[in-house]
Design a protein around this ligand. Sequence first.
Ligand SMILES: [Zn+2]
Length: 227
Amino acid sequence: MKGDKAHLRTRIAKSGMDYKGYNIAVHEMGHNVEQTISLYMVDNYMMQGVPNTAFTEALAFIFQKRDLFLLGKKDNDPNKEALAALDQFWMSYEIMGVSLVDMSVWKWLYENPDATTEQLKEKVIGTAKDVWNKYYAGVFGIKDCPLLAIYSHMIDNPLYLPNYPVGHLIDFQIDEYLKGKNFADEIVRIYSSGRMIPQLWMKNAVGSEISIKPILDATDKALAIVK
Ligand SMILES: [Zn+2]
């Protein structure tokens, strides 16, 4: 609410903040900046916020990947951009798997409201293996891996996981758009547009709708550079 303070939460070990805690803190700071802009700078209070969670995750990712930059550390690797594209592709590929498990399990739960915890457990592990066999086994050369069942919070936080891959798509498109522009000016302009329908928000942000094509194109280009 207006007037309230934005809270940032991360883990700080007894010995002090380590890289993981710092990296998460920068991600969370992205959420705080989004919350502040989309609460105070949107024209109409009823339009405050972002279209959905994927859009706040996108800004958190945009901040998170600049964590070393914020510490004044420069990355002079000539393959930096190609590696970043591959990283983005890989993170999306990975989180899309658990998202598919999440959606499939919840569809099943709605169809089977009286399911027992044991049946749910079996369904989650079975679905994880199915998704793995369809989209991952060919790449990894291993069949029936249950790894995609790892996200237990998909049960207490229904249908949250798909926000991450969509957030990565949005993040990638905004980051491409930001190249050569003033970061702060553009972030304020983009995130002050409010809770409109997603594709309209995105068109206002970068001039085109949400799409996986930019990541796939960048991945193709990167693979020609990084062997
Ligand atoms: Zn987040």
